[in-house]
Ligand binder design. Structure first.
Ligand code: CP
Length: 283
């Protein structure tokens, strides 16, 4: 992952539809830029597609496949939507660009790349992920990536937003942020995903959350000076991270965004190679 994709690299044979059926800025724009920089034919559907007229996602994808599209980048509110589309669209590639509270694999990869560039290696490092863990696809994908590369994960947040330990057997789970901050090598703040809260779910208001779990100036002042701060974005200033912290040189937030284009370019190059290895036709 350290080798950058060069500026003159292309990804022949791909025709991509970005199906962005839940709000996105970073993921959508970085996939689009990756496609442009690799000279890959692409289009983006955000809203206003025939899905709002009652067409199924599969029929939209079949319509695009009939035009020669062979790769779908799907952002969707439902967990498992990319797998279901892939099953229905045998022969096409489906990339998960975030499925509800499920997974966000390319975000996980860009976070790994950011941390590997910062440390050189993930092995033996502990990443503390703070906030709304239970609804977070970013937390899930980071857990899988970090533990695969020999890192450790701690989750911290309000009791009501913590996951069951069974789902993350290798993670340490706690509600004591100040204690967890003393034992981590990096800290990643997460947004409360109020749009995913069920009616009966308990969740602190913004000010309470900031006081108990926010990366405030006071907390960051006490943090070891070599511990970087990450956030996948979008972030709420002065809720999960103080504005002065977000704007300081302690954060890797903008490095994460930059890494997102490289990761999505690398993914598309690999998909192009796979198509060539399998002898699949260009559009
Ligand atoms: N981090 C992330 O997925 O951001 P977007 O929702 O803006 O794509």
């Amino acid at each position: 992952m350290n080798s950058a994709v060069s500026r003159d690299q292309t990804a022949p044979g791909l025709s991509v539809a970005n199906l962005i059926l839940e709000p996105s800025s970073r993921t959508r724009c970085s996939f689009e830029l990756a496609e442009q920089r690799l000279q890959v034919e692409h289009l983006t559907i955000i809203e206003g597609s025939s899905i709002i007229k009652g067409e199924t996602l599969t029929d939209t994808a079949r319509t695009l496949a009939a035009m020669g599209v062979n790769t779908f980048v799907l952002r969707h509110p439902d967990v498992g939507a990319p797998e279901r589309l892939a099953s229905a669209m045998g022969g096409a590639h489906v990339v998960n660009a975030g499925d509800g509270a499920g997974e966000h694999p390319t975000q996980g990869l860009l976070d790994l790349l950011t941390l590997r560039r910062y440390w050189g290696s993930i092995e033996g490092r502990t990443v503390l992920i703070v906030g709304d863990i239970v609804h977070s696809r970013v937390a899930r994908s980071n857990y899988h990536g970090l533990t695969t590369l020999g890192g450790s994960v701690m989750f911290c947040g309000p009791e009501s937003l913590l996951p069951l330990p069974d789902e993350f057997p290798e993670a340490k789970i706690s509600s004591d942020l100040d204690a967890a901050l003393e034992r981590c090598d990096a800290v990643m703040a997460l947004r409360i995903q109020r749009e995913r809260l069920a009616h009966d779910e308990v969740c602190p208001d913004g000010e309470t959350f900031r006081r108990q779990y926010g990366l405030t100036v006071d907390r960051v002042t006490r943090l070891r000076s070599d511990v970087p701060i990450l956030h996948p974005g979008p972030f709420n200033r002065d809720v999960e991270v103080d504005s002065a912290v977000a704007d300081s040189d302690r954060t890797l937030i903008w490095s994460q965004v930059t890494a997102g284009v490289a990761i999505r370019m690398a993914l598309l190059v690999r998909l192009s190679e796979v198509r060539r290895e399998l002898g699949l036709a260009a559009p």
